[in-house]
Design a protein around this ligand. Structure first.
Ligand code: 8YV
Length: 332
């Protein structure tokens, strides 16, 4: 019996590819770049499934050119690279990798927020430039994290994990805003208070963004929102580029209307807005919030589980663990 074919759109761990080879003919990406769309469409020809990495746009055009495609399995919790209505319309299953990255990503979000508040990147650059030949009481004086007000925009699993770190570990007052309010017992367990977005912007000392990207969250933080924040506040984005208007953010940082920003994600990444590279009061990282070896392995394995089960193989055949659109199951 011939095996179904799948595409692994960017390099993953060899043993994960071996797991896929037990069931499928596997084509891998020989490089480390995202396939341009035309190439992705070509390489998907004849493939029933694909492992994607959050950056490959799977939309109506890709699906129409590849009507044999049945499962697209993202190695990411966010799936704004998938056009879900287009997947639904063609009965294609999309899957993602929630849960396995929650605590790792929350660790990073908290670390980035702390590095931003305490000016770690800016002060390291000063040291590396050989300028540490002077001292003053206010040299690289930042703002406290402990006891401060932590604002969280987007209170899903990762937002809640950050809230726990803030409330339990650092005695922070936690405010959040979300599409829907948490159940009272969850709010109580996190010691978090629901507020409207304007209050969140106005009262946060450290605002962390953890909401999914969609048309409605595009530029959720733009010039108008930044103007409502305290000039002493920090902003940390571990969600998606495009949620923040990076040009407006750079302006606010330059003008001293915001103390500092920590950014792991960027509009148009891997390009970074040139103005952000010029302002000193930023900590910039290349989209690595989930990047520990253990977590990246867990994500890749969960994505493989989804692909294998989604295409009807393995012990969970037909029951992929983390489907995005289970409404399309069982697959044709
Ligand atoms: C991924 C992420 O590392 O899970 C997500 O949504 O943004 C990151 O954890 C990235 O998408 C590459 O797979």
């Amino acid at each position: 019996m011939t095996k179904p074919s799948v595409l692994v759109a960017r390099a993953v761990f060899d043993d994960v590819v071996d797991r896929l080879r037990e069931h499928f003919d596997v084509e891998t990406n020989p490089g480390d770049q995202v396939f341009p769309k035309a190439e992705l469409i070509e390489r998907l020809k004849g493939k029933q499934g694909a492992l994607t990495t959050g950056s490959e746009r799977i939309d109506g055009e890709v699906l129409a050119a590849n009507p044999q495609l049945r499962v697209v399995s993202n190695i990411a919790v966010g799936y704004n690279n998938f056009d879900v209505p287009a997947l639904d319309a063609r009965g294609v299953l999309g899957t993602n990798t929630p849960d396995v990255l929650t605590e790792t990503t929350a660790d990073f979000g908290f670390a980035l927020m702390m590095a931003t508040a305490r000016r770690m990147a800016e002060s390291e650059h000063f040291l590396r430039r050989g300028e540490w030949n002077r001292w003053s009481l206010t040299m690289f004086a930042g703002s406290d994290v402990h006891g401060a007000t932590l604002g969280i925009l987007g209170m899903g699993r990762i937002g809640q994990a950050i809230a726990r770190r803030g409330a339990l570990g650092f005695g922070m007052k936690v405010l959040y805003h979300n599409r829907s309010r948490l159940a009272p017992e969850v709010e109580a367990s996190l010691n978090a208070r629901y507020v409207d977005k304007a209050t969140l912007l106005r009262e946060s000392d450290h605002l962390v963004l953890v909401l999914p990207y969609s048309a409605s969250s595009h530029h959720a933080i733009g010039a108008a929102e930044l103007a409502q924040m305290r000039p002493t506040a920090t902003l940390t984005n571990i969600a998606r580029g495009g949620i923040v208007d990076d040009a407006a953010l750079a302006e606010a940082l330059k003008a001293g209307r915001l103390a500092a920003a920590g950014l792991d994600v960027f509009e148009g990444e891997p390009q970074v807005h040139p103005s952000l590279l010029e302002v000193p009061n930023v900590v910039l990282t290349p989209h690595i919030a989930s990047a520990t070896l253990a977590t990246r392995r867990a994500m890749a394995n969960l994505a493989a589980d989804n692909l294998i089960a989604g295409l009807g193989f393995g012990p969970d055949a037909g029951r992929p663990p983390t489907p995005i659109n289970p409404n399309v199951l069982p697959l044709r």
